[in-house]
Design a protein around this ligand. Structure first.
Ligand SMILES: Cc1ncc(C[n+]2csc(CCOP(=O)(O)OP(=O)(O)O)c2C)c(N)n1
Ligand SMILES: [Mg+2]
Length: 305
């Protein structure tokens, strides 16, 4: 295998690949992937004129860290037995997930423009039967972690080294099923399970602390027996360090890991970062180009906010 092929092969996570890369180069690579994910998400949002764009922008760094650095997968064989499973339980975040799958090479970039249209493989809410690389049909909040627990247990019974990642939102911390699953994961010592929570402090009905106060979140996960880290979810360096720590802890039998990621809705596009009613954004026709320009200006200026 040539060095270039190795770089684009994700059969092993970055740490286990024989890629010679400095920490700065790694940061640059994952940061560039996050920028492209944001760019794709804006283009997809424009097709419908509205949507869950703010979440995709907020979670892009988490998705880039997962897909361009941590996950084991074959882009052209989404059902490869040994793949790590990435379960999106927040179905409405599908726009960000599709962007990440395009970045990973599982979905053609050109197909992204079909997002949300009739007969598209990319419906607005993630469906496993429609989309390659979409492991579960999410949307009914609080189902992802219970499914992840079952999968992690099943993979252990099969002596598989594959790991299970569940991407969930802070709104899913309102769901009792999430906490039942958290308890089950600890009980079964699912060291092959990692939860990544997008704490954007927002839900459909308003700010999380006004809908249902979930804090102190860190202490809750710790009390449930999980290896718990909390990071700035828009800082790729912190995300890489946290995912590396989680990977170093991973074992067939051991503590499950959770990475709590504080993110900003609309991150990278100042026009959208301050928008009201950010759960489902309406963006005017003339604003999309401004959004793209702001994103690129921030990225090229290596906006250090
Ligand atoms: C079990 C369940 N209850 C309610 C809903 C309706 N719902 C859809 S999105 C959403 C907000 C959940 O919070 P979060 O995912 O944190 O929202 P965001 O950060 O995207 O605004 C709700 C309540 C649902 N999909 N599933
Ligand atoms: Mg939220």
């Amino acid at each position: 295998m040539t060095a270039t092929q190795e770089l684009h092969s994700h059969e092993l996570p970055q740490k286990e690949r024989m890629i010679q890369e400095t920490a700065a180069e790694r940061l640059e690579r994952v940061g560039a992937a996050a920028y492209r994910i944001r760019h794709h998400a804006l283009n997809m949002g424009e097709v419908q004129g509205q949507g869950y764009v703010g979440q995709a922008l907020g979670a892009a760094d988490m998705l880039a860290t997962a897909y361009s650095d941590q996950l084991r997968f074959r882009a052209d064989d989404p059902e490869w037995d040994a793949r790590d499973r990435f379960l999106l339980s927040t179905g409405h975040y599908a726009i960000g997930h599709y962007a990440a799958l395009a970045e990973a090479g599982t979905i053609p970039v050109a197909e992204l423009e079909t997002y949300g249209s009739d007969d598209s493989r990319l419906p607005m809410s993630g469906m496993s039967t429609y989309t390659p690389g979409m492991e579960i049909s999410g949307g009914s909040l609080g189902h992802g972690l219970p499914i992840a627990v079952g999968m992690a247990l099943g993979l252990r019974y099969q002596d598989s080294n594959a790991r299970v990642y569940n991407f969930l939102s802070d709104g899913e911390l309102d769901e009792g099923s999430t906490w039942e699953a958290a308890m089950g994961a600890h009980h079964h010592q699912l060291g092959n399970l990692t939860a990544m929570v997008d704490i954007n402090a927002l839900q459909a009905d308003g700010k999380t602390d006004t809908v249902l106060r979930t804090e102190p979140v860190t202490e809750k996960w710790e009390a449930f027996g999980w290896y718990t880290q909390r990071v700035d979810g828009n800082d790729v360096g912190s995300l890489l360090a946290a995912f590396d720590n989680a990977a170093a802890q991973a074992a067939a039998v051991g503590r499950p890991s959770v990475i709590l990621c504080d993110t900003k809705v609309g991150r990278g596009v100042p026009l959208l970062e301050e928008r009201e009613k950010a759960h489902f954004m309406r963006i005017e026709e003339h604003e999309w180009q401004t959004c793209r320009e702001q994103l690129t200006a921030g990225y090229e200026g290596k906006d250090a906010r």
